[in-house]
Design a protein around this ligand. Structure first.
Ligand code: ATP
Ligand code: MG
Ligand code: MG
Ligand code: MG
Length: 339
C-alpha cells in the first residue's frame, strides 16, 4: 500500500519562500510507487490553502493570503500516514505545528515539540548545550521590554561582549534580522531591527577571527548517524540572506577539507547536541571552526534545514551514499517508527 503523505509548506515566517522551494524538491523526489503526496501550502497569514490555491502557490513560489483557519483545515490531516512539515522558522519549525500534529495523533517528520522549540530559540539552545559541555561563543539575552524600558542595560551587555558582535532575533533563520555590529554606533539600529522581529534577542560575541563555517547532517531517532562534514565558503562579511540565496555567492565543499581529528570532533559534537536537545528525524548542526586557534564552536541546530536538491543537508547525505529520494523515504520511515 502506498503511504499517504501530507506535505506542509510555506508558513508565516520570513522563510516562507525558502520552504516552498524545499517543498517543490520534495514533491518531485518522493518515489510515486511508494508515496501518495498531497501538498498543503500555508499562507503568510497562517491559513491553510485548499488544493487549487496550494497548486498556484507552489507554482508562483509565494502565498500572501487566502485559505482557511488552521484549526478548520488541520482536521483534513486525518487519514494521512504521516505529515512532512517542511516549514522553516517560527510557526513551523518551532514546535507549534508539531504540537498540533501530536494532538491530532498523526506521525510527522522531524523533531517533536520539545526538540523543535528548544532548537529554534538560540538562547535556549545555548543554555542546553552549555549544560552538555559544548563550547559556544559568549552571549547575552535581551528582551524587548528591557530594550524599551532600560536600553542602557542592553547596551551594557553589548559592551561586555565587545565589538564586533552579532545581534539576532532569537527565533528565526536564513539570517533574517541578523546584523554584524562593528561598533557602538551601529548597535541601536541592529537591536531595533531584531526586536521588530522577535521579543527575544541574542547578542553574540564574534569568534576571535572570521570563522570557517562547517555543517553536519544528523539522521535518525534514538540511534542517530552523522553525515560527512560540509563547509560553506563565501566572500561576504558573514553568511547573510543574500549570500545564502543568491546563486553563485557561496560554494559548498563536501567533505570539508579539515584535519581528520577536527572533522571527527565536529561529528561527535553534532550527535551530542542532537541528543541533548531531544531532536528526532533530522537536523543540520552548524559550527564555527576558528582555524587560527583550533577552536570548534557550535553555532546552532536547525531542525528543519533547507531541503532543496541543492541544499547542504541532502547534499551531505548524498555524499554518504543516500540519494535525495531515499533520504526523504528514510525520513518518513523514521516518523512512523516514532509512533
Ligand atoms: P540558518 O539559515 O542556518 O538557520 P540563522 O538565521 O539561524 O541561519 P545564524 O546561523 O545564527 O543564523 O547566523 C548567520 C550567519 O552569521 C552565520 O552563518 C555566520 O556567517 C554569521 N555569524 C553568526 N553568529 C556569529 C558569531 N557569533 N561569530 C561569527 N559569525 C557569526
Ligand atoms: Mg538557524
Ligand atoms: Mg534555519
Ligand atoms: Mg545558520
Amino acid at each position: 500500500m502506498k503511504k499517504r503523505i501530507l506535505l506542509l509548506a510555506g508558513g508565516q515566517s520570513g522563510e516562507h519562500e525558502v520552504s516552498l522551494m524545499s517543498a517543490r524538491s520534495v514533491l518531485a523526489a518522493l518515489p510515486v510507487d511508494q508515496f501518495d503526496v498531497t501538498p498543503v501550502v500555508i499562507s503568510k497569514e497562517g491559513r491553510w490553502l485548499p488544493p487549487t490555491q496550494t497548486q498556484h502557490a507552489l507554482e508562483s513560489g509565494v502565498a500572501d493570503s487566502g485559505g482557511d483557519l488552521v484549526l478548520h483545515r488541520a482536521a483534513s490531516a486525518e487519514g494521512y500516514d504521516a505529515v512532512f512539515p517542511i516549514l522553516h522558522g517560527p510557526m513551523g519549525e518551532d514546535g507549534t505545528v508539531q504540537g498540533l500534529l501530536t494532538l491530532a495523533g498523526i506521525p510527522f517528520v522531524g523533531s517533536g515539540v520539545l526538540g523543535s522549540a528548544v532548537s529554534m530559540d538560540k538562547v535556549m539552545t545555548k543554555q542546553v548545550l552549555a549544560s552538555a559541555g559544548i563550547a559556544q561563543v559568549a552571549w547575552r539575552l535581551a528582551v524587548r521590554r528591557d530594550w524599551h524600558d532600560r536600553p542602557d542595560s542592553v547596551r551594557q551587555s553589548a559592551q561586555e561582549l565587545g565589538f564586533p558582535l552579532f545581534v539576532k532575533p532569537a527565533n528565526l533563520g536564513s539570517s533574517v534580522g541578523i546584523s554584524k555590529v562593528h561598533g557602538s554606533d551601529e548597535l541601536d539600529d541592529a537591536l531595533t531591527l531584531a526586536f521588530s522581529l522577535d521579543r527575544r534577542v541574542i547578542l553574540e560575541a564574534m569568534t576571535a577571527h572570521k570563522p570557517r563555517e562547517v555543517e553536519v547532517g544528523i539522521l535518525g531517532n534514538d540511534a542517530p548517524i552523522a553525515s560527512p562534514v560540509g563547509e560553506l565558503r563565501f566572500e561576504a562579511d558573514f553568511y547573510d540572506y543574500e549570500t545564502k540565496y543568491t546563486e553563485g555567492r557561496a560554494t559548498m565543499h563536501i567533505p570539508a577539507p579539515l584535519p581528520a581529528e577536527v572533522a571527527a570532533q565536529v561529528r561527535e559534537l553534532a550527535l551530542r547536541a542532537f541528543r541533548a536537545l531531544d531532536c528526532a528525524g533530522l537536523a543540520r548542526v552548524d559550527f564555527f571552526y576558528v582555524e587560527e586557534t583550533g577552536e570548534v564552536l557550535l553555532n546552532e541546530v536547525n531542525t528543519m534545514p533547507g531541503f532543496t536538491t541543492t541544499s547542504m543537508y541532502p547534499k551531505l547525505f548524498e555524499a554518504a551514499g543516500l540519494s535525495y529520494s531515499d533520504l526523504v523515504a528514510r525520513l518518513v520511515e523514521l516518523a512512523l517508527e516514532r509512533r
